[in-house]
Design a protein around this ligand. Sequence first.
Ligand code: ATP
Ligand code: MG
Ligand code: MG
Ligand code: MG
Length: 439
Amino acid sequence: MRLSRYFLPILKENPREAEIVSHRLMLRAGMIRQQGQGSFTMLPLGKRVLDKVCQIIREEQNRAGALEILMPTIQSAELWRESGRYDDYGKEMLRIKDRQDRDMLYGPTNEEMVTEIFRSYVKSYKDLPLNLYHIQWKFRDEVRPRFGVMRGREFLMKDAYSFDLNFEGAKAAYNRMFVSYLRTFTRMGLKAIPMRADTGPIGGDLSHEFIILAETGESQVYCHKDYLDLPVPGEATDFANDGEIAGIVKEWTTPYAATDEMHDEAAWTAVPADKQLSARGIEVGHIFHFGEKYSKPMNAKVQGPDGKEHFVSMGSYGIGPTRLIAAIIEASHDDNGIIWPESVAPFDVVINNMKPGDADCDRISEHLYAAHQAAGLDVLLDDTDERAGAKFAKADLIGIPWQVIVGPRGVAAGEIEVKRRATGERDTKKIETLLASLG
Ligand code: ATP
Ligand code: MG
Ligand code: MG
Ligand code: MG
């Protein structure tokens, strides 16, 4: 991508409405445009990051055996009357009428709809386990939409729904999502800690919120410092092996970790004082086993091996991709701007042509641009004729992991500079050496 042809509406001034650093930086870096209360357009740079975040989520959902679908955003109130939630949900639900005066709603979540799909097709335990997910916009009329995409009203969610014959199966499904989440957040450069969360009237201990520690987080959380260096399951993790997966979950649920609502002072005092971490956190994911809560009222049954009909045991598993973008920035930035982890960076490399119009700088920049593309990298070529300081500031602000600086003096010596955004380290390299490293 050539910056001269790109749409990157950088803001020079700090937007006054932004209270937290991620919101400020997303606006300044031209990633989002606010369209209304809690609603945002993803501009090209933001859309690139969102796509990368979603792709990681997708890969890890698929790895854990979940199947991607795409359900509509607008739902019929009828379904929600079946589960009893149409009346219970309250003001967070956006209620709409169509031209036939039918009650509709913009989905805040999809348990009812996915249960309807399930009961229409699946009749036997032989077709289980099943886990269906989608990545779709949700609308929740939040009391306090704020902090940009951190708490929007219209926001993207990955929501998965598992169906099993019994509790044992549902627990294995829960564990697979638990491990999948550990991998997902780690791949985005985040340390997410699974914390016991409220199960309400469902009871049991199968609800965890995945929390990123950050001063600007809206939740108060308590955890054992051991979480900060627990090993995260690798790519070779066998999701078909229930025992292996349960072992990982055991390891990741043994040290103390709870959100405010679940905090247990007695258990907390048992954690050595120098291991206690009481902090603010951002909820980026939430997994929940709710058994027959929807299958019973909505009559979603399968025939078991005993020949009898059983209400399926379900769970749901959410991640907020739009909130994650903000959480990643909260966790990774400095005074100059965003520092993207490589896995979610909108571009891998920016080539900074310091003197567009200079024949040698142009030639080398174009050559490097083509070579990076040929190597399969996402590369941005800054071919604009802004002054050097502004170019450097922009590259730092938008946080591309690697900057290649092409200037007239270096080029005359057959050299360019490579700067690593995360550390600021600069390295002078022979042009051939850089080209050779691209393979
Ligand atoms: P919160 O406690 O922040 O209100 P929630 O518990 O209501 O979130 P869930 O119903 O568990 O949210 O939804 C799953 C995920 O969707 C959350 O973990 C979060 O990542 C994301 N999410 C929820 N609400 C919002 C929102 N208003 N804006 C952006 N992302 C959201
Ligand atoms: Mg909420
Ligand atoms: Mg919550
Ligand atoms: Mg939640």
